[in-house]
Design a protein around this ligand. Structure first.
Ligand code: IPE
Ligand code: IPE
Ligand code: MG
Length: 248
């Protein structure tokens, strides 16, 4: 996507004050479908179109890092038929978006217990990550089989082993060291967290990383979420005063 595609709705956005990392809890696919007397799976299908729209918008606006919560560790407890449909959609998405990611200089990454994904999804994921690995225009980070608590457990285990083996002293455990042992190592903490469909909760997403993240909850259901609302949220974000505990 070239810069000439930037349209007038960006006019109110200050390019110097854009978030460097946006995280999104894409919620409400099931309710979107229910309202239309459709199956939940139809809601997920429509939701994957919204993913495409928002990835494009982020690239165009020049957001460097986007993390999308696509499937949580708790989502494995959903009916098997829904899980299968979600995994099929995910595989389709990874295959169909590969060319666009390559063309638009987007690097794909996944965070979470990806070893729990079906083998064919793991393969599609590996392929998409490999072909986009040198891209540096934007990082698209998919949270797949992701849970914040599981991530913290993984980090504690890794650090405990280093201490046990005598490679580090307990005193050298710092917030920076902890961040380095999370899936998001090397990625700045999110500046903005958006949740669609009105739920006022975090649902086990990026627990450590969102310590000072600005939160925006919209009632819009994920399949209805589009670029205009996304830009309005960015404008709202740019009007906020982030204090980080200090005084102005
Ligand atoms: C979000 O939509 C997608 C996933 C969690 C995979 P939901 O499926 O949670 O939709 P609601 O919350 O039931 O409406
Ligand atoms: C959070 O949504 C997980 C994802 C969007 C992938 P859920 O629908 O699973 O969360 P709860 O159950 O409402 O907390
Ligand atoms: Mg939900």
């Amino acid at each position: 996507m070239n810069s000439s595609t930037s349209s007038s709705i960006h006019i109110d956005l200050d390019p110097a004050e854009l978030p460097s990392h946006i995280a999104i809890i894409m919620d409400g696919n099931g309710r979107w479908a229910k309202k239309r007397l459709l199956s939940r799976i139809k809601g997920h299908e429509k939701g994957s179109e919204a993913v495409r729209t928002i990835v494009r918008a982020c690239r165009e606006i020049r957001i460097p890092n986007l993390t999308l919560y696509a499937f949580s560790t708790e989502n494995w407890q959903r009916p098997q038929s829904e899980i299968v449909a979600l995994m099929t959609l995910l595989k389709k998405f990874l295959e169909s978006e590969q060319k666009e990611m390559v063309d638009n200089n987007i690097r794909l990454n996944a965070i979470g217990q990806t070893e729990r994904l079906p083998k064919n999804v793991q393969q599609a994921l590996h392929k998409a990550m490999t072909v986009t690995r040198k891209n540096d225009g934007m990082l698209l980070n998919l949270a797949l089989s992701y849970g914040g608590r599981a991530e913290i457990v993984k980090m504690v285990k890794e650090i405990a082993i280093k201490v046990k083996d005598g490679n580090i002293e307990p005193d050298s455990i710092t917030p920076e060291l902890i961040s380095e042992h999370l899936y998001t190592s090397g990625i700045p903490d999110p500046d903005l967290l958006i949740r669609t469909s009105g739920e006022m909760r975090i649902s086990n997403f990026l627990l450590w990383q969102i310590a000072y993240t600005e939160i925006y909850v919209t009632n819009t259901l994920w399949p209805d979420f589009g670029k205009d609302e996304f830009v309005r949220i960015l404008i709202d974000y740019q009007h906020r005063k982030r204090r980080f505990g200090k005084v102005e």
